[in-house]
Design a protein around this ligand. Structure first.
Ligand SMILES: [Zn+2]
Length: 329
């Protein structure tokens, strides 16, 4: 029998979230589970959607927070084995890392992902190897266990599909720019766009749409085209993995576009000035911290130096600008 969240469970846990009481809109509590990655509240979310086919998750977070995810489901009266499907925006570990663990536990789960991401879910060894080069022995602490997913559990997307789960329908939009395999799910009934990272990062502590531009896929033009495609659909509400609802898509995307322009211009300026790449990346990090001033609490901004990898964002934009210059030459 298909499980749905019972209405009294929803009501009982309206506003739920462990840690300090967040000032979220009450309806958000029905769907946003705070995964408290690395103990931080209001940063990495998994969204729980109630459908007549059974509960569906949009992004599941990393393997290191699968316990928090389990706990979040339990608050809605659910277990992993009650889940019907997982919709992934893209395969970065903070969005998809736990997927293999969940499928291993509940082999009937169906996972939706873009065609360019699917091979890395089926065989994550290359992804793990390159991440291990970056994170070394902090891999497990940061991301937890990453398990392969049987190919027959994966539904491959290319964009343009329409997915139905009981009474809810989602249109798939291919949205490269942050990652070459990124998709956004558009739910017409409530005009909500589940934007993953192509909506940037807008967390409760820093309520401003901030770019996140890691290597190797960042592409400024493609990102702008993806934003334009989402805007053309006229969403009333955006739902981001980092973190939760944005009720004003027009100003959200205006901020994000401006941020992408300023980050790219600054990276270009640093590329043209003397120094090594590590020096430029460090300078970029200092610049971002200054750029964030006034956009959130000083404590929250200072904390992002520890948790947000602005140096990686510099390398992402620099790689894109260098490839663009090569093409022009
Ligand atoms: Zn992310």
């Amino acid at each position: 029998m298909k499980r749905r969240m019972s209405p009294n469970i929803r009501q009982r846990h309206a506003g739920y979230c462990s840690g300090p009481t967040p000032q979220y809109p009450s309806y958000m509590a029905d769907f946003t589970m705070d995964l408290e990655h690395l103990g931080r509240t209001g940063y990495v979310a998994s969204h729980l959607l109630d459908t007549a086919s059974g509960p569906v998750l949009v992004d599941v977070g990393p393997g290191s927070t699968v316990g928090t995810l389990r706990h979040g489901l339990a608050r809605h009266g659910l277990e992993v084995s009650d889940l019907h499907a997982i919709l992934l925006s893209h395969i970065h570990f903070d969005h998809a890392g736990a997927t293999g663990l969940l499928v291993a536990e509940h082999p009937a789960l169906t996972v939706y992902v873009h065609q360019r991401g699917a091979p890395h879910l089926i065989d994550p060894s290359r992804l793990i190897a390159s991440a291990t080069q970056v994170f070394g022995d902090r891999m497990d602490f940061l991301w937890g266990k990453i398990l392969p997913i049987p190919a027959d559990r994966i539904r491959v997307l290319s964009g343009g599909e329409s997915l139905s789960f009981g009474d809810r329908r989602f249109d798939v939009l291919y949205t490269p720019g942050h990652a070459s395999h990124h998709v956004v799910y558009l739910e017409g009934a409530n005009r909500t766009a589940y934007v993953g990272d192509v909506g940037g990062i807008r967390v409760p502590a820093i309520p401003h749409a901030v770019p996140v531009t890691p290597p190797p896929d960042f592409d400024h033009e493609m990102w702008l085209a993806s934003i334009a495609a989402i805007e053309a659909w006229a969403p009333r509400r955006l739902l981001s993995t980092h973190f939760g609802f944005s009720e004003d898509p027009v100003s959200h995307f205006a901020q994000l576009r401006q941020g992408l322009r300023e980050w790219t211009d600054t990276t270009q300026r640093l590329l043209e000035s003397p120094g090594t790449d590590p020096e430029r990346a460090a300078e970029f990090e200092r610049w971002v911290i200054a750029w964030l001033a006034g956009k959130g609490s000083p404590e929250a901004i200072a904390a992002t130096v520890v948790f947000s990898d602005y140096k990686a964002s510099w390398y992402g934009i620099a790689r894109y600008l260098r490839k663009k210059a090569e093409r022009a030459a």
